[in-house]
Design a protein around this ligand. Sequence first.
Ligand SMILES: C[S@@+](CC[C@H](N)C(=O)[O-])C[C@H]1O[C@@H](n2cnc3c(N)ncnc32)[C@H](O)[C@@H]1O
Length: 232
Amino acid sequence: MYQNDGAFTADGGSMSIESTAELMEEHAGEVYTRNLVPGETVYSEGLHDVDGTEYRRWNPNRSKLGAAIHNGLPRLPLGPETETLYLGAASGTTPSHVSDLSPDGMVYGVEYAPAVIRDLLSLAEKRTNLAPILGDARDPHSYAGLLGRVDVIVQDVAQPDQVSIAAKNAERFLRDDGYVLLAVKARSISSTKSAENVLAEQTEKLEDIFDIMWKSRLEPYEHDHMFYLLQQ
Ligand SMILES: C[S@@+](CC[C@H](N)C(=O)[O-])C[C@H]1O[C@@H](n2cnc3c(N)ncnc32)[C@H](O)[C@@H]1O
């Protein structure tokens, strides 16, 4: 199901498949990430032991990036030292898996809901590669002092201007050879037009700004979403 064709370090060099592969496991058709904080779960996900190493189940019904992997995402551009800007970090479900996969990197998690970021702050007490940022992803300059260029942007903000938010943040923070992993939710853009039409329009907008390396709907895990792997 999941094909690991390499990952990228903070300096952009290819990692060996082995060094990345040991951070992920496939077991009985499910994807797992090596638990950075053994013994602790983040969202009551299942744990799985492989020769004394603990892995956390990446639930595709709870994570759009997890769903994209199940639906054939051809490349997961996350390696042990990857620096990721995560927009719409919420309480850390998907960011925790990104954190597992980049133990020597950094995940900057931007979230604008104060009630939600509290959970992210307690997660970051033990996950030292996770930096919660209370901020508005529409205003990248407001957090520009907290990070430099990143290797990857993951975005899941469910807003009408999802494409513009991705474009602004990529322009400000993404390395030239970096990747954007973007979830677009049709219902956040229009509740009257068909999801097909909305997603086709958003794809056209994205094509003006990015190279679309891959895209897929997220059914059966999420309805009316498109997930994209992009480069600038
Ligand atoms: C669907 S949830 C994200 C779930 C998360 N990606 C995960 O898989 O664990 C969307 C989140 O984006 C946040 N959000 C929406 N608009 C935002 C903005 N402009 N800036 C920062 N966060 C935003 C919401 O508060 C919400 O927590």
